[in-house]
Ligand binder design. Structure first.
Ligand code: SAH
Ligand code: SF4
Length: 393
């Protein structure tokens, strides 16, 4: 009997379809108010043009709306001064331009600020603004899902089951609401300094398990006639969803961060259970294919430092061997504890030694300073409900 072996490419395509189908099963609700008005935030340019056409208006109105929403940051049609009053009123009958509700707004003693944003169906996520300690710039750490299906052992989000994916409106909305909080409108042009200068998709959830919405949101953020944040200022962090990495590279070309955390499959299987599906070898191969990887735009490997677990000198040497030849940097993240966590962070001496070995091999290996720990805003501490799901890490 002839056996049909699927090729690698076929397997990847099948996997990708399965991932997209699963994402659709956790789709966000329609972005429409109870009174029937549609929220225009989060639509692509084409979708916005369709909405405008549906109320009998010309395509250039979509361009005007885009400018008011994403360049000026205006949420009230009455403030859109290039649009005549009767049309402003007509727009307000059919549409809204909204923001997520700020449910909690906390500031750390180091000025890191954490928001809990609530959406129309009462689901919520956390978003963190991390200002640079010296210069007037900072990163906005954005969530992509309410909870996470993955259950990395050291991560607080991983203890919250996945409620649903976020829509592109909710993803862009986190950034726009954070900009509102700092009054950073209109969008600064070109190289003008920005307080909210980079986006890191490192909040709650696995962005590559909600690829379509994340991609649509990032395209809006990158659009030069609106927020205009270049792809070089956006970093997507993944726990290693290999089949979606190529697509993200081709379509978005944003910086890639990979949550590696272990250099042996047996340990990574335990810490990042997704490794059982996409083991280290496949993950590194996908990194080597990632198109944006170049000397100027290195791939970041994130490595959480867990005392006595993954922080030995042997691990450090195995790490540089693993990534040999890749334009990369290694971000060492001291483990951030959360209520119920059992891991301990590595000693400063162990982290320093680890960094030295990585550095000696020619890779930059910054040690990430924990920010906002006092308000549970540091890496891996985010979580938006208290419902227990399972064991603590
Ligand atoms: N789901 C994506 C992005 C969100 S997590 C991912 O896993 O990459 C952002 C980073 O914080 C990841 O590298 C994650 O592994 C790390 N992290 C999770 N929990 C942590 C903790 N308790 N202390 C330090 N870093 C943690
Ligand atoms: Fe999910 Fe990332 Fe946390 Fe893992 S580390 S549970 S993938 S959010």
């Amino acid at each position: 009997m002839p056996v049909n072996y699927a090729s690698n490419a076929e397997l990847t395509a099948a996997d990708r379809d399965r991932i997209l189908a699963k994402a659709a099963a956790f789709a966000p609700p329609d972005n429409v108010l109870a009174d029937g008005r549609r929220d225009l935030v989060g639509l692509s340019r084409e979708q916005l043009a369709e909405e405008v056409a549906a109320i009998g208006e010309k395509p250039f109105r979509a361009k005007q709306l885009w400018h008011w929403m994403y360049h000026q940051g205006v949420t009230d049609f009455a403030a859109m001064s290039s649009i005549a009053r009767p049309l402003q009123e007509k727009l307000a009958e059919h549409f809204v331009v909204s923001r997520p509700e700020v449910s909690v707004d906390q500031r750390s003693k180091d000025q890191t600020r954490k928001f809990l944003f609530k959406f129309r169906d009462n689901e919520a996520v956390e978003t963190v603004y991390i200002p640079d300690p010296v210069e007037d710039r900072g990163a906005v750490c954005i969530s992509s899902q309410v909870g996470c299906t993955l259950s990395c052992r050291f991560c607080h989000t991983g203890t919250q089951r996945l409620a649903r994916n976020l829509s592109s409106a909710e993803i862009v909305g986190q950034f726009m609401a954070a900009r509102d909080a700092y009054g950073e409108w209109p969008s600064p042009k070109g190289e003008t300094p920005r307080l909210l200068s980079t986006i890191v998709l490192m909040g709650m959830g696995e962005p590559l398990y909600n690829y379509e919405n994340v991609a649509q949101a990032m395209k809006i953020v990158m659009d030069g006639e609106g927020i205009g944040l270049s792809r070089r200022r956006i970093t997507l962090s993944t726990s290693g969803v290999v089949p979606m990495m190529d697509r993200a590279g081709e379509e978005l070309g944003v910086n890639l961060a990979v949550s590696l955390h272990a250099v042996r499959d047996d340990l990574r299987d335990e810490l990042v259970p997704l490794n059982r599906k996409y083991p280290i070898k496949e993950l590194i191969a996908a990194c080597r294919r990632y198109p944006a990887a170049s000397n100027a735009r290195r791939i970041t490997f994130e490595y959480v430092m867990l005392d006595g677990i993954n922080d030995s000198e042997t691990d450090a040497r195995a790490l540089v061997y693993l990534i040999a030849g890749l334009p990369a940097k290694v971000n060492l993240i001291p483990f951030n504890p959360w209520p119920g966590s059992t891991y301990k962070t590595s000693s400063p001496a162990a982290i320093k030694k680890f960094a030295e070995i990585v550095m000696a091999a020619g890779y930059s290996s910054p040690i990430r300073t924990p920010r906002g720990q006092d308000i549970l805003a540091a890496c891996g501490q985010l979580k938006s409900n208290e419902e227990p799901r399972r064991r603590a890490g």
